[in-house]
Design a protein around this ligand. Structure first.
Ligand code: SF4
Ligand code: SF4
Length: 335
C-alpha cells in the first residue's frame, strides 16, 4: 500500500530492514526487566515478518500483546494462527466507511474489501479487534458512519488518531489536516456518541486523559514525574525495524540501537528521556497546565511541525488554541 498519510513515506526496498526473531526476543526481555507490561507490534506491515507468529506467541506469554496491521493478508487461516499465538488485540487501520474513500487514501483498489474480510475472520475467531482511524479532511464528517460500520462488524473499539505531519503525512498535511475548529467539533461529538453506539471510542492522543476526574487524581498525586498521557519516554519506548530505539514511532529521534545499546541505559540515562519525564520542562501551555502530569500533549506534533520536542501542543482543545496559529503552522511547512 502507499497511504497518503503514511508516516514512513515511500520507502525503497534497500531502506527496508528487519530485526531477526532473536533480536526481537532479546529486546523484549530487556523491556520486561524494566517492567514492561504491554507490547504493540507494528510496521510497516508486521504480518510480512517471517517469524511474526513465533514472536507474538512468545511475547504474549508475558505481556498484553497487540498487533497493528492494515489487515490486507488476514483471512480465516491467518486469524486462526493469530488466535493460536494468543494475540490480545488486533488493530486494523481504517480511513473511511466507504470503499471509494478508504481505497483512495490507501492507494489500493482492494484495501477496503480486505479490511472487511480481515475483521470478519478475526471476530469469528473471537479476537478482540479495533479500528485505528487517522482523522483527516477526508473522513472528519464520517464519524457516525465509521461507528456504525464498526458496530455492524462487531469491532470492540474505535481509536481516532490525529494526523502527524510525518513522511507522506507531512507532504500532504495542508490538504489532509482538518482545521482546529473542525477537530474540536469532531471531538465533542465523538464523546457524546460512545453510549449511543455502545462501542469503545478512544480519542488518544487528541485527549491524553479520558476525563477530568481521572486527571484530577493525577493533580492530587504527590509525584513530581509524569504518570500518564503521552507515553513517549515516560511509560514507553519504540524500537524501529532497524533496531533504532525511539521515543515513539512518530518521534524518530534515535536514542540508541538495540543491537548495540542496552535498553535500560537509554531508559535511565538518556538526557532527552529524563527531561521528558518532568513535564515542567514542557513549554507554553503544556508547561504550566494543571493536567500536564496526566497528559503532556502529543510530543510528536510540535516536534514534526517545529522541530521542538518540548513546545506546547497546539491541538489541545482544553486551551482552545487559536486557528491563526494553525494557519502559521501550515505556512511553516510550506502548505
Ligand atoms: S495544555 Fe498540554 S498538558 Fe495541558 S491539557 Fe493541553 S495538551 Fe495536555
Ligand atoms: S508523541 Fe506521545 S501522544 Fe504523540 S503519538 Fe507519540 S506517544 Fe502518542
Amino acid at each position: 500500500m502507499n497511504c497518503i498519510h503514511c508516516r514512513n513515506g515511500k520507502l525503497v526496498s534497500s531502506e527496508i530492514t528487519e530485526l531477526t526473531y532473536g533480536e526481537c526476543i532479546r529486546a523484549f526481555h530487556e523491556a520486561r526487566e524494566l517492567g514492561c507490561e504491554s507490547i504493540n507490534i507494528g510496521g510497516g506491515e508486521p504480518l510480512l515478518h517471517k517469524d511474526v507468529y513465533k514472536i507474538i506467541s512468545y511475547v504474549s506469554k508475558y505481556c498484553y500483546t497487540s498487533l497493528l496491521t492494515n489487515g490486507y493478508i488476514i483471512d480465516d487461516k491467518v486469524a486462526r494462527k493469530l488466535k493460536e499465538a494468543k494475540v490480545d488485540m488486533v488493530q486494523i487501520s481504517l480511513d473511511s466507511s466507504t470503499p471509494e474513500k478508504h481505497n483512495k487514501i490507501r492507494n489500493n483498489k482492494n484495501a477496503y474489501s480486505h479490511v472487511k474480510k480481515a475483521v470478519e475472520a478475526l471476530v469469528n475467531c473471537e479476537i478482540s479487534t479495533c479500528f485505528m482511524v487517522t482523522v483527516s479532511n477526508y473522513n472528519i464528517d464520517e464519524l457516525e458512519d465509521i461507528l456504525k460500520f464498526a458496530t455492524e462488524l462487531r469491532v470492540s473499539l474505535v481509536n481516532f488518531r490525529r494526523l502527524i505531519p510525518q513522511g507522506s503525512g507531512n507532504l500532504n498535511f495542508g490538504n489532509l489536516n482538518p482545521s482546529f475548529r473542525d477537530i474540536s467539533k469532531f471531538l465533542e461529538k465523538a464523546k457524546s456518541l460512545e453510549i449511543q453506539f455502545n462501542i469503545g471510542i478512544c480519542l488518544f492522543p487528541f485527549y491524553s486523559f479520558k476525563n477530568k476526574e481521572i486527571a484530577d487524581e493525577y493533580i492530587k498525586s504527590p509525584l513530581e514525574v509524569a504518570e500518564g498521557g503521552c507515553s513517549a519516554g515516560v511509560t514507553g519506548l519504540s524500537v524501529a525495524s532497524n533496531g533504532n530505539i525511539q521515543l515513539c514511532p512518530h518521534l524518530p529521534i534515535t536514542l540508541g540501537n538495540i543491537k548495540t545499546d542496552l535498553l535500560y541505559k537509554v531508559w535511565f540515562e538518556n538526557d532527552t528521556v529524563l527531561k521528558l519525564r518532568n513535564r515542567k520542562n514542557l513549554k507554553g501551555k503544556c508547561g504550566t497546565c494543571e493536567f500536564s502530569n496526566a497528559c503532556g500533549g502529543c510530543r510528536a506534533y510540535p516536534y514534526q511541525l517545529h522541530n521542538d520536542l518540548f513546545m506546547e501542543d497546539s491541538l489541545c482543545t482544553e486551551f482552545k488554541a487559536s486557528t491563526s496559529k494553525e494557519t502559521s503552522y501550515k505556512k511553516l511547512i510550506g502548505n
